[in-house]
Design a binder for this molecule. Structure first.
Ligand SMILES: Nc1ncnc2c1ncn2[C@@H]1O[C@H](COP(=O)(O)OP(=O)(O)OP(=O)(O)O)[C@@H](O)[C@H]1O
Ligand SMILES: [Mg+2]
Length: 260
């Protein structure tokens, strides 16, 4: 495993653009994320943060620019293919299958299961069953790790907002992601669940997983992030250490409007 301080980029955005009609939601964005880092992505509402995640994760197509993950272009791949390469994302508003159980939601995450393939014929049944057992075990241990094991049989729609955020994390842990994009993990989460969630994030970070974290909770960003990127009106306005960002007048202006 590479050291967390490694500066080799795991993710590179080059001249990335995405417009919705006249609105330049992402406007010539360049940045890199170092492998093993926990980087914050902040900025006022409508800055283009979630759209940037959508472009990285393949949920939206860029108009122009490039996105490299582990040195390879991913900007023409499907969300599924990007996920399988080890780049996972969670949603600003969790999107569980509300009428399925928590366990079933987690089991849906992995791809390429033998049991789903048409070519899995009778001789493969033993292997399919073994694989299903393995997946079940993994799902249960992931739920346990995310402090959700006692919720496994509940419908996902019955979970609180905070528990749904933990479920989102559990789902992405069914693959071994190299990088996780977290979109506002703290929003609407009660303090004790938030503590659990961030503890898990930091543990995963210590294991070498790279995080890019969109968050409006500045205390949280300043506490956990090593580096912070600031977006405003589709552009990268500033980047640096949390302290540098805190002291940057441009950043304050972006949030509060210019003081003059
Ligand atoms: N699918 C879409 N169609 C049209 N406009 C969109 C679409 N998605 C986002 N936008 C617009 O693009 C701009 C950037 O939105 P985005 O959701 O990326 O902002 P954000 O930085 O994530 O904001 P927030 O902090 O409020 O979540 C906004 O003006 C938004 O209204
Ligand atoms: Mg957003």
């Amino acid at each position: 495993m590479l050291s967390p301080s490694s500066s080799e980029p795991i993710l590179e955005l080059k001249g990335l653009c995405k417009a919705f009609g006249q609105l330049r939601a992402v406007d010539d964005v360049d940045f890199t994320v170092a492998r093993g880092s926990l980087t914050g992505l902040i900025g006022p509402n409508g800055a283009g943060k979630t759209t940037t995640f959508d472009l990285i994760a393949g949920a939206q197509r860029r108009d122009s620019g490039r996105i490299l993950f582990q040195g390879q272009a991913i900007d023409t791949l499907t969300p599924h293919a990007i996920f399988r390469r080890g780049l996972a994302r969670t949603f600003q508003v969790p999107r569980p299958f509300a009428n399925m159980t928590v366990l079933e939601n987690v089991l849906l995450a992995p791809s390429g299961q033998l049991g789903e393939r048409f070519d899995a014929n009778w001789w493969a049944i033993g292997r399919v069953r073994a694989q299903e057992r393995e997946l079940q075990e993994r799902a249960r241990s992931v739920l346990d790790w995310c402090a959700l094991s006692d919720k496994a049989a509940l419908l996902a729609g019955q979970l609180s907002g905070g528990q749904q955020k933990l479920l989102e994390l559990a789902r992405v842990l069914m693959i071994d992601p190299a990088m996780i994009l977290l979109d506002e993990p703290a929003a609407g989460v009660n303090p004790s669940l938030l503590e659990t969630l961030m503890e898990r994030v930091q543990m995963l970070h210590q294991r070498g997983i790279t995080f890019l974290l969109i968050e409006h909770n500045m205390d949280l960003v300043m506490r956990v992030c090593e580096r912070v990127l600031v977006m405003a009106q589709g552009r990268v306005l500033a980047q640096g250490s949390p302290r540098e960002i805190q002291d940057n007048p441009l950043v304050l202006d972006a949030y509060l409007g210019p003081s003059t």
